[in-house]
Design a protein around this ligand. Structure first.
Ligand code: ATP
Length: 424
Protein backbone atom coordinates (compact mmCIF):
# COMPACT_ATOMS: atom_id res chain seq x y z
CA UNK A 1 0.00 0.00 0.00
CA UNK A 2 2.99 2.31 0.40
CA UNK A 3 2.93 2.88 -3.37
CA UNK A 4 -0.74 3.90 -3.25
CA UNK A 5 -0.06 6.35 -0.42
CA UNK A 6 2.89 7.69 -2.39
CA UNK A 7 0.43 8.92 -5.05
CA UNK A 8 -1.16 11.33 -2.57
CA UNK A 9 -0.12 14.97 -2.77
CA UNK A 10 2.98 15.55 -0.65
CA UNK A 11 1.20 17.87 1.80
CA UNK A 12 -1.37 15.22 2.71
CA UNK A 13 1.25 12.49 2.91
CA UNK A 14 3.22 14.53 5.41
CA UNK A 15 0.11 15.12 7.50
CA UNK A 16 -0.65 11.39 7.55
CA UNK A 17 2.90 10.60 8.67
CA UNK A 18 2.61 13.28 11.35
CA UNK A 19 -0.75 11.80 12.50
CA UNK A 20 0.82 8.30 12.59
CA UNK A 21 3.65 9.61 14.80
CA UNK A 22 1.17 11.22 17.17
CA UNK A 23 -0.75 7.92 17.34
CA UNK A 24 2.52 6.11 18.22
CA UNK A 25 3.21 8.62 21.02
CA UNK A 26 -0.35 8.18 22.29
CA UNK A 27 -0.19 4.38 22.20
CA UNK A 28 -3.11 4.22 19.72
CA UNK A 29 -3.60 2.43 16.41
CA UNK A 30 -4.51 4.77 13.57
CA UNK A 31 -5.88 3.80 10.14
CA UNK A 32 -7.06 5.22 6.86
CA UNK A 33 -10.46 3.64 6.31
CA UNK A 34 -13.48 3.15 4.05
CA UNK A 35 -13.90 5.11 0.83
CA UNK A 36 -10.48 6.71 1.29
CA UNK A 37 -8.73 3.33 0.98
CA UNK A 38 -11.02 2.22 -1.88
CA UNK A 39 -10.32 5.37 -3.91
CA UNK A 40 -6.61 5.26 -3.11
CA UNK A 41 -6.39 1.70 -4.49
CA UNK A 42 -8.37 2.72 -7.56
CA UNK A 43 -6.12 5.75 -8.11
CA UNK A 44 -9.13 8.09 -7.85
CA UNK A 45 -8.46 11.50 -6.38
CA UNK A 46 -10.54 12.56 -3.39
CA UNK A 47 -10.52 15.53 -1.07
CA UNK A 48 -11.81 14.05 2.18
CA UNK A 49 -9.67 11.68 4.19
CA UNK A 50 -11.32 9.29 6.67
CA UNK A 51 -9.31 8.05 9.65
CA UNK A 52 -10.25 5.60 12.40
CA UNK A 53 -8.59 5.26 15.80
CA UNK A 54 -8.65 2.07 17.80
CA UNK A 55 -9.47 4.09 20.94
CA UNK A 56 -10.68 7.61 21.74
CA UNK A 57 -10.94 9.19 18.27
CA UNK A 58 -12.24 12.54 19.46
CA UNK A 59 -9.45 12.98 21.99
CA UNK A 60 -6.91 12.03 19.33
CA UNK A 61 -8.44 14.47 16.82
CA UNK A 62 -8.25 17.26 19.36
CA UNK A 63 -4.52 16.61 19.94
CA UNK A 64 -3.94 16.33 16.19
CA UNK A 65 -5.65 19.68 15.66
CA UNK A 66 -3.39 21.29 18.26
CA UNK A 67 -0.26 19.76 16.72
CA UNK A 68 -1.18 20.78 13.17
CA UNK A 69 -2.65 24.18 14.16
CA UNK A 70 -5.89 22.99 12.57
CA UNK A 71 -9.48 23.57 13.65
CA UNK A 72 -11.15 20.91 15.76
CA UNK A 73 -14.89 20.24 15.40
CA UNK A 74 -16.25 17.37 17.51
CA UNK A 75 -19.44 15.43 16.64
CA UNK A 76 -19.96 13.55 19.94
CA UNK A 77 -23.22 11.86 18.84
CA UNK A 78 -21.27 10.01 16.16
CA UNK A 79 -18.00 9.56 18.11
CA UNK A 80 -16.24 11.49 15.34
CA UNK A 81 -14.44 14.80 14.90
CA UNK A 82 -13.17 16.84 11.98
CA UNK A 83 -9.74 18.46 11.82
CA UNK A 84 -9.60 21.27 9.27
CA UNK A 85 -5.96 21.67 8.38
CA UNK A 86 -4.46 25.14 7.83
CA UNK A 87 -3.70 24.30 4.17
CA UNK A 88 -7.39 23.63 3.44
CA UNK A 89 -7.83 19.82 3.56
CA UNK A 90 -9.77 18.15 6.30
CA UNK A 91 -9.40 14.88 8.15
CA UNK A 92 -12.44 13.07 9.55
CA UNK A 93 -11.43 11.08 12.59
CA UNK A 94 -13.72 8.37 13.98
CA UNK A 95 -13.49 6.10 16.99
CA UNK A 96 -13.47 2.55 15.60
CA UNK A 97 -16.83 1.07 16.57
CA UNK A 98 -19.15 -1.86 16.42
CA UNK A 99 -22.86 -1.61 15.69
CA UNK A 100 -25.88 -3.62 16.70
CA UNK A 101 -29.19 -3.41 14.88
CA UNK A 102 -32.16 -3.78 17.15
CA UNK A 103 -34.75 -3.10 14.47
CA UNK A 104 -34.41 -3.43 10.70
CA UNK A 105 -34.10 0.00 9.07
CA UNK A 106 -33.60 1.87 12.35
CA UNK A 107 -30.31 3.51 13.31
CA UNK A 108 -27.91 1.09 15.04
CA UNK A 109 -26.59 1.16 18.60
CA UNK A 110 -22.90 2.10 18.48
CA UNK A 111 -20.01 1.24 20.86
CA UNK A 112 -16.20 1.57 20.55
CA UNK A 113 -14.55 -1.62 19.23
CA UNK A 114 -11.29 -2.85 17.62
CA UNK A 115 -10.64 -2.12 13.91
CA UNK A 116 -11.59 -5.61 12.70
CA UNK A 117 -15.02 -5.22 14.33
CA UNK A 118 -15.30 -1.75 12.80
CA UNK A 119 -14.56 -3.12 9.33
CA UNK A 120 -17.11 -5.93 9.80
CA UNK A 121 -19.97 -3.44 10.32
CA UNK A 122 -19.36 -1.77 6.96
CA UNK A 123 -21.46 -2.02 3.83
CA UNK A 124 -19.36 -3.61 1.07
CA UNK A 125 -16.03 -5.42 0.87
CA UNK A 126 -14.54 -2.59 -1.21
CA UNK A 127 -15.39 -0.18 1.63
CA UNK A 128 -14.22 -2.48 4.42
CA UNK A 129 -10.44 -2.03 4.21
CA UNK A 130 -8.04 -0.08 6.41
CA UNK A 131 -4.42 1.03 6.03
CA UNK A 132 -2.22 1.42 9.09
CA UNK A 133 -0.58 4.80 9.64
CA UNK A 134 1.51 3.88 12.71
CA UNK A 135 5.27 4.06 12.18
CA UNK A 136 6.07 0.37 12.59
CA UNK A 137 3.29 -0.80 10.25
CA UNK A 138 2.86 2.28 8.01
CA UNK A 139 1.10 1.33 4.78
CA UNK A 140 0.01 -2.19 5.84
CA UNK A 141 -3.40 -3.09 4.40
CA UNK A 142 -6.03 -4.64 6.68
CA UNK A 143 -8.45 -6.42 4.34
CA UNK A 144 -10.44 -9.12 6.13
CA UNK A 145 -13.09 -9.50 3.37
CA UNK A 146 -10.83 -9.47 0.30
CA UNK A 147 -11.99 -6.02 -0.78
CA UNK A 148 -8.86 -5.70 -2.86
CA UNK A 149 -9.84 -8.80 -4.84
CA UNK A 150 -13.31 -7.36 -5.42
CA UNK A 151 -11.80 -4.08 -6.57
CA UNK A 152 -9.79 -6.05 -9.13
CA UNK A 153 -12.89 -7.99 -10.23
CA UNK A 154 -14.94 -4.77 -10.18
CA UNK A 155 -17.58 -6.16 -7.85
CA UNK A 156 -19.78 -4.62 -5.16
CA UNK A 157 -20.31 -7.33 -2.54
CA UNK A 158 -22.10 -7.19 0.81
CA UNK A 159 -20.32 -8.63 3.84
CA UNK A 160 -23.11 -10.90 5.02
CA UNK A 161 -26.60 -12.04 4.03
CA UNK A 162 -28.50 -9.80 6.47
CA UNK A 163 -26.76 -6.65 5.33
CA UNK A 164 -29.71 -5.05 3.51
CA UNK A 165 -32.11 -6.12 6.23
CA UNK A 166 -29.98 -4.44 8.91
CA UNK A 167 -29.71 -1.28 6.84
CA UNK A 168 -31.77 -0.85 3.67
CA UNK A 169 -29.94 2.40 2.81
CA UNK A 170 -27.25 0.00 1.54
CA UNK A 171 -29.55 -0.90 -1.36
CA UNK A 172 -29.13 2.62 -2.68
CA UNK A 173 -25.47 2.82 -1.75
CA UNK A 174 -24.79 -0.44 -3.62
CA UNK A 175 -26.22 0.87 -6.88
CA UNK A 176 -24.57 4.27 -6.42
CA UNK A 177 -21.11 2.70 -6.13
CA UNK A 178 -21.84 0.16 -8.84
CA UNK A 179 -22.77 2.84 -11.35
CA UNK A 180 -20.20 5.42 -10.29
CA UNK A 181 -17.31 2.97 -10.51
CA UNK A 182 -18.79 0.97 -13.40
CA UNK A 183 -18.69 -2.18 -11.28
CA UNK A 184 -21.30 -4.95 -11.04
CA UNK A 185 -23.28 -6.22 -8.08
CA UNK A 186 -21.81 -9.63 -7.24
CA UNK A 187 -24.36 -12.39 -7.96
CA UNK A 188 -25.31 -13.23 -4.38
CA UNK A 189 -25.40 -9.50 -3.56
CA UNK A 190 -27.85 -8.90 -6.39
CA UNK A 191 -29.98 -11.85 -5.30
CA UNK A 192 -30.13 -10.52 -1.72
CA UNK A 193 -30.91 -7.10 -3.17
CA UNK A 194 -33.96 -8.41 -5.02
CA UNK A 195 -35.09 -10.39 -1.98
CA UNK A 196 -34.79 -7.32 0.26
CA UNK A 197 -36.79 -5.21 -2.18
CA UNK A 198 -39.53 -7.78 -2.69
CA UNK A 199 -39.55 -8.39 1.06
CA UNK A 200 -40.48 -4.74 1.62
CA UNK A 201 -37.23 -3.61 3.32
CA UNK A 202 -37.36 -0.17 1.66
CA UNK A 203 -40.62 0.35 3.52
CA UNK A 204 -38.65 0.14 6.79
CA UNK A 205 -36.76 3.34 5.99
CA UNK A 206 -38.10 6.65 7.28
CA UNK A 207 -38.94 9.32 4.69
CA UNK A 208 -35.93 11.53 5.52
CA UNK A 209 -33.46 8.62 5.40
CA UNK A 210 -34.84 7.52 2.06
CA UNK A 211 -34.81 11.05 0.70
CA UNK A 212 -31.17 11.44 1.78
CA UNK A 213 -30.31 8.42 -0.36
CA UNK A 214 -32.09 9.99 -3.34
CA UNK A 215 -30.24 13.24 -2.70
CA UNK A 216 -26.91 11.40 -2.68
CA UNK A 217 -27.77 9.88 -6.08
CA UNK A 218 -28.56 13.35 -7.40
CA UNK A 219 -25.15 14.70 -6.42
CA UNK A 220 -23.35 11.92 -8.30
CA UNK A 221 -21.64 13.13 -11.51
CA UNK A 222 -24.21 11.13 -13.53
CA UNK A 223 -27.43 10.31 -11.66
CA UNK A 224 -29.43 8.76 -14.51
CA UNK A 225 -27.72 5.35 -14.71
CA UNK A 226 -28.27 5.00 -10.96
CA UNK A 227 -32.00 5.70 -11.26
CA UNK A 228 -32.20 3.44 -14.28
CA UNK A 229 -30.55 0.55 -12.50
CA UNK A 230 -32.77 1.05 -9.43
CA UNK A 231 -35.74 0.86 -11.78
CA UNK A 232 -34.51 -2.41 -13.26
CA UNK A 233 -34.05 -3.79 -9.76
CA UNK A 234 -37.65 -2.77 -8.89
CA UNK A 235 -36.38 -0.43 -6.18
CA UNK A 236 -38.03 2.74 -7.49
CA UNK A 237 -41.54 1.39 -7.35
CA UNK A 238 -40.80 0.13 -3.87
CA UNK A 239 -40.40 3.78 -2.85
CA UNK A 240 -43.75 4.61 -4.41
CA UNK A 241 -45.68 2.58 -7.01
CA UNK A 242 -46.00 5.65 -9.24
CA UNK A 243 -42.23 6.17 -9.54
CA UNK A 244 -40.36 5.05 -12.63
CA UNK A 245 -37.24 5.84 -14.57
CA UNK A 246 -37.84 6.08 -18.31
CA UNK A 247 -36.41 7.77 -21.40
CA UNK A 248 -38.26 10.95 -20.44
CA UNK A 249 -36.25 11.07 -17.22
CA UNK A 250 -33.05 10.36 -19.12
CA UNK A 251 -33.67 13.36 -21.38
CA UNK A 252 -34.54 15.62 -18.45
CA UNK A 253 -31.45 14.61 -16.49
CA UNK A 254 -29.29 15.23 -19.56
CA UNK A 255 -30.84 18.63 -20.14
CA UNK A 256 -30.23 19.61 -16.53
CA UNK A 257 -26.66 18.33 -16.42
CA UNK A 258 -25.71 19.93 -19.74
CA UNK A 259 -27.04 23.32 -18.78
CA UNK A 260 -23.59 24.84 -18.29
CA UNK A 261 -23.77 28.17 -16.53
CA UNK A 262 -27.49 28.78 -16.95
CA UNK A 263 -28.03 28.81 -13.18
CA UNK A 264 -26.42 31.49 -11.06
CA UNK A 265 -22.97 30.51 -9.79
CA UNK A 266 -24.20 30.32 -6.18
CA UNK A 267 -27.13 28.05 -7.05
CA UNK A 268 -27.16 25.05 -4.70
CA UNK A 269 -30.30 23.20 -5.77
CA UNK A 270 -29.13 20.88 -8.56
CA UNK A 271 -30.22 17.83 -6.62
CA UNK A 272 -33.68 19.38 -6.29
CA UNK A 273 -33.90 19.76 -10.07
CA UNK A 274 -33.09 16.08 -10.57
CA UNK A 275 -35.71 15.06 -8.04
CA UNK A 276 -38.29 17.33 -9.68
CA UNK A 277 -37.39 15.53 -12.92
CA UNK A 278 -37.90 12.16 -11.27
CA UNK A 279 -41.27 13.15 -9.80
CA UNK A 280 -42.51 15.33 -12.67
CA UNK A 281 -44.65 13.37 -15.10
CA UNK A 282 -46.80 12.06 -12.28
CA UNK A 283 -50.45 12.48 -11.47
CA UNK A 284 -51.51 14.74 -8.62
CA UNK A 285 -52.32 11.83 -6.24
CA UNK A 286 -48.95 10.23 -6.99
CA UNK A 287 -47.12 13.46 -6.20
CA UNK A 288 -49.10 13.76 -3.02
CA UNK A 289 -48.19 10.17 -2.10
CA UNK A 290 -44.50 10.80 -2.80
CA UNK A 291 -44.49 13.92 -0.63
CA UNK A 292 -46.25 12.00 2.16
CA UNK A 293 -43.72 9.17 1.89
CA UNK A 294 -40.52 11.23 1.72
CA UNK A 295 -41.48 14.16 3.97
CA UNK A 296 -39.27 16.62 2.07
CA UNK A 297 -38.12 19.92 3.54
CA UNK A 298 -40.04 23.09 2.68
CA UNK A 299 -37.90 23.99 -0.32
CA UNK A 300 -38.19 20.63 -2.09
CA UNK A 301 -41.85 20.32 -1.23
CA UNK A 302 -42.58 23.72 -2.76
CA UNK A 303 -40.57 22.90 -5.89
CA UNK A 304 -42.60 19.69 -6.34
CA UNK A 305 -45.93 21.33 -5.61
CA UNK A 306 -45.24 24.31 -7.86
CA UNK A 307 -44.79 21.97 -10.81
CA UNK A 308 -48.49 21.19 -10.61
CA UNK A 309 -49.43 24.91 -10.22
CA UNK A 310 -47.36 25.66 -13.29
CA UNK A 311 -49.98 24.42 -15.78
CA UNK A 312 -52.20 27.42 -14.89
CA UNK A 313 -49.39 29.77 -15.93
CA UNK A 314 -48.87 27.78 -19.12
CA UNK A 315 -52.54 28.12 -20.06
CA UNK A 316 -52.45 31.85 -19.36
CA UNK A 317 -49.39 32.24 -21.63
CA UNK A 318 -51.05 30.23 -24.40
CA UNK A 319 -54.30 32.18 -24.20
CA UNK A 320 -52.43 35.49 -24.40
CA UNK A 321 -53.52 36.58 -20.90
CA UNK A 322 -49.84 36.76 -20.03
CA UNK A 323 -48.08 38.92 -22.55
CA UNK A 324 -45.41 41.30 -21.29
CA UNK A 325 -42.44 40.34 -19.08
CA UNK A 326 -44.19 42.17 -16.23
CA UNK A 327 -47.31 40.01 -16.67
CA UNK A 328 -45.09 36.95 -16.53
CA UNK A 329 -43.30 38.27 -13.43
CA UNK A 330 -46.62 38.70 -11.61
CA UNK A 331 -47.82 35.24 -12.63
CA UNK A 332 -44.70 33.40 -11.45
CA UNK A 333 -43.18 35.44 -8.65
CA UNK A 334 -44.48 33.13 -5.92
CA UNK A 335 -43.27 30.02 -7.78
CA UNK A 336 -40.11 28.42 -6.38
CA UNK A 337 -36.88 29.47 -8.09
CA UNK A 338 -35.99 25.77 -8.43
CA UNK A 339 -39.17 25.12 -10.42
CA UNK A 340 -38.52 28.13 -12.64
CA UNK A 341 -34.97 27.01 -13.30
CA UNK A 342 -36.20 23.51 -14.03
CA UNK A 343 -38.60 24.89 -16.63
CA UNK A 344 -35.92 27.19 -18.08
CA UNK A 345 -33.76 24.11 -18.64
CA UNK A 346 -36.28 21.55 -19.76
CA UNK A 347 -39.56 22.98 -21.05
CA UNK A 348 -40.33 21.63 -24.55
CA UNK A 349 -41.42 25.05 -25.81
CA UNK A 350 -38.41 27.27 -26.56
CA UNK A 351 -40.44 30.44 -25.94
CA UNK A 352 -41.42 29.29 -22.45
CA UNK A 353 -37.82 28.32 -21.69
CA UNK A 354 -36.65 31.72 -22.70
CA UNK A 355 -39.30 33.53 -20.63
CA UNK A 356 -38.32 31.48 -17.59
CA UNK A 357 -34.63 32.12 -18.22
CA UNK A 358 -35.12 35.87 -18.51
CA UNK A 359 -37.22 35.90 -15.38
CA UNK A 360 -34.64 33.80 -13.51
CA UNK A 361 -31.68 35.97 -14.48
CA UNK A 362 -33.11 39.44 -14.76
CA UNK A 363 -36.46 39.87 -13.08
CA UNK A 364 -36.61 37.49 -10.14
CA UNK A 365 -35.01 40.02 -7.80
CA UNK A 366 -36.33 43.11 -9.56
CA UNK A 367 -36.42 46.04 -7.13
CA UNK A 368 -37.08 49.73 -7.52
CA UNK A 369 -34.66 52.33 -6.29
CA UNK A 370 -37.59 54.53 -5.25
CA UNK A 371 -39.96 53.79 -2.37
CA UNK A 372 -42.76 55.42 -0.36
CA UNK A 373 -40.26 57.95 1.03
CA UNK A 374 -39.40 59.07 -2.51
CA UNK A 375 -43.08 59.50 -3.37
CA UNK A 376 -43.47 61.65 -0.27
CA UNK A 377 -40.49 63.79 -1.31
CA UNK A 378 -42.15 64.19 -4.71
CA UNK A 379 -45.13 65.73 -2.89
CA UNK A 380 -47.53 62.86 -3.55
CA UNK A 381 -50.00 62.64 -0.67
CA UNK A 382 -49.79 59.38 1.29
CA UNK A 383 -52.55 56.90 0.50
CA UNK A 384 -53.56 53.81 -1.47
CA UNK A 385 -52.16 55.35 -4.68
CA UNK A 386 -48.62 54.62 -3.36
CA UNK A 387 -48.99 50.86 -3.90
CA UNK A 388 -50.51 51.34 -7.31
CA UNK A 389 -47.78 53.76 -8.44
CA UNK A 390 -44.88 51.62 -7.20
CA UNK A 391 -46.41 48.55 -8.78
CA UNK A 392 -46.85 50.27 -12.11
CA UNK A 393 -43.30 51.70 -12.06
CA UNK A 394 -41.95 48.19 -11.34
CA UNK A 395 -43.85 46.83 -14.36
CA UNK A 396 -42.35 49.58 -16.54
CA UNK A 397 -38.90 48.70 -15.26
CA UNK A 398 -39.35 44.95 -15.90
CA UNK A 399 -40.70 45.73 -19.37
CA UNK A 400 -37.56 47.75 -20.07
CA UNK A 401 -39.43 51.03 -20.56
CA UNK A 402 -37.38 52.76 -17.87
CA UNK A 403 -34.00 52.04 -16.31
CA UNK A 404 -32.41 54.69 -14.12
CA UNK A 405 -33.50 55.97 -10.69
CA UNK A 406 -34.28 59.35 -12.27
CA UNK A 407 -36.56 57.65 -14.82
CA UNK A 408 -38.34 55.86 -12.00
CA UNK A 409 -38.98 59.19 -10.23
CA UNK A 410 -40.22 60.76 -13.43
CA UNK A 411 -42.52 57.81 -14.15
CA UNK A 412 -43.91 57.97 -10.60
CA UNK A 413 -44.61 61.71 -10.99
CA UNK A 414 -46.32 61.19 -14.36
CA UNK A 415 -48.41 58.35 -13.01
CA UNK A 416 -49.49 60.45 -10.06
CA UNK A 417 -50.50 63.34 -12.35
CA UNK A 418 -52.52 60.93 -14.43
CA UNK A 419 -54.22 59.34 -11.40
CA UNK A 420 -54.79 62.79 -9.91
CA UNK A 421 -56.46 64.01 -13.10
CA UNK A 422 -58.64 60.90 -13.05
CA UNK A 423 -59.56 61.86 -9.48
CA UNK A 424 -57.77 59.16 -7.52
P1 ATP B 1 -18.10 8.66 -1.13
O1 ATP B 1 -17.00 8.39 -2.12
O2 ATP B 1 -19.45 8.75 -1.75
O3 ATP B 1 -17.81 9.72 -0.12
P2 ATP B 1 -17.60 6.76 0.99
O4 ATP B 1 -17.25 5.33 0.79
O5 ATP B 1 -16.57 7.66 1.59
O6 ATP B 1 -18.17 7.27 -0.38
P3 ATP B 1 -19.43 7.55 3.08
O7 ATP B 1 -20.90 7.58 2.98
O8 ATP B 1 -18.69 8.80 3.31
O9 ATP B 1 -18.93 6.75 1.83
O10 ATP B 1 -19.08 6.54 4.24
C1 ATP B 1 -17.73 6.27 4.64
C2 ATP B 1 -17.55 4.79 4.93
O11 ATP B 1 -18.43 4.41 5.99
C3 ATP B 1 -17.94 3.87 3.77
O12 ATP B 1 -16.84 3.68 2.91
C4 ATP B 1 -18.33 2.60 4.50
O13 ATP B 1 -17.19 1.86 4.89
C5 ATP B 1 -18.98 3.12 5.77
N1 ATP B 1 -20.45 3.26 5.61
C6 ATP B 1 -21.14 4.36 5.24
N2 ATP B 1 -22.46 4.12 5.23
C7 ATP B 1 -22.62 2.84 5.61
C8 ATP B 1 -23.75 2.01 5.82
N3 ATP B 1 -24.96 2.44 5.58
N4 ATP B 1 -23.52 0.76 6.25
C9 ATP B 1 -22.26 0.32 6.50
N5 ATP B 1 -21.16 1.05 6.32
C10 ATP B 1 -21.32 2.30 5.89
Amino acid sequence: MKEAIAQLPEGIRERLTQAGRLADESGLDLYLVGGTVRDLLLGRARMDIDLAVDGDGMGFASRLARKTEGRYTPHPRFLTATVDLPEGNSLDVATARGETYEQPGALPRVAPAPIDVDLARRDFTINAMAVSLNGRSFGNLVDPFNGRGDLRSRLVRILHDRSYIDDPTRLFRAVRFEQRLRFRLERGTERRFREAVSGGMIGNLSGPRLLEQLRLICVEPDPWPVFNRLERLDALKAIHPGLASDDGLKTLVQEISQSGDLASSTYDGWWILYLVALFRPRRQETLHGIVERLKPNRRLRKAIEDMSGWSRVEQAVESGRIDTPADFYRAVRTISEDTILFLALTHPDEAVRSRCETYYHHHRHARLSIDGGTLKELGIPEGPAYGQILDEVLSMKINGEIGTAEEERRAARDLWSRLHRLGA
